[in-house]
Design a binder for this molecule. Sequence first.
Ligand code: NAD
Ligand code: ZN
Length: 271
Amino acid sequence: MTVEAAIEKASDILVRSRNAVVSSGAGMSAESGIATFRDPGGVWERLDPAQVGTTAGLLNTLQNNPEPLISMFHELLDVFANAEPNAGHEALYELERMGILQTVITQNIDNLHQEAGSIKVIEVHGNGFRFRCLSCSTRVAMSRKGLIRDVRARLDQLTDYSPAVLMDVMPQCDQCGSMMRPDVVMFGEAVQHIPEAYAAVQSADAMLALGTSGVVYPAAAFPFEAKKAGAPVIVVNPNENAFDSVSDVYVPMKAGEALPALVDNVRRKLG
Ligand code: NAD
Ligand code: ZN
């Protein structure tokens, strides 16, 4: 199937849809300047997930060999400070305003779907601009620029990254005074909002899997669940992915190019 035919078929599905659900992954934000972890040049080529992907591994690496991690962390702060929603995020907001898209489920922690305007966003891996109290689970959202400024200032003062020192610089909960931590899901930790995500997926009348490789579970299961419940599945990804057996339409393009084209087609068809 040509790319044009794939866009045409995908827009035919969306024109008929009133309860489309998105499952987005790191590729969704690649055109906002946030590189995926898994692709060539990504974080996992430079750092070992076993050493930095779990909370215990991260604390251990920070204490014993912090330099590569701290320098990568500064790079990520720069990237996140400058990231803005791309044309793909904006197209999804448009689909929501057209009454077609109802829910965005995302593995991303970058807040960009919300910043593009999307209202119902289920974040299964948390949000990098939010803290969570370790005792009472109170969550506090921070502003992108303010938080990054604050983290940079605190990092610049540290020479020792032992757990005791890090605990000291973490914010404290207003409700109970305990330590707060970034509200992101590390390897081995429980993913968030899975019942809500499954409910959205099982009631979807179309599923869009956008910029996700299909290897990180349980998010990888969403397109399969939607298909089982009768929804056609549209996959947008310029590279190979794990959804061949489930996709009704595969659009081999970047999300920031495919989604605006899809929305244009849908708008034309709806007249
Ligand atoms: P992943 O396994 O979902 O892989 C990313 C996918 O995006 C790949 O299949 C790749 O082919 C595709 N892709 C690359 N550029 C694209 C584009 N322009 N348009 C559409 N698709 C594109 O994700 P990962 O990178 O291995 O990350 C693992 C986890 O780490 C994520 O689930 C997330 O929790 C976290 N992460 C978050 C961000 C973010 O918040 N932006 C970025 C990197 C990683
Ligand atoms: Zn608390």
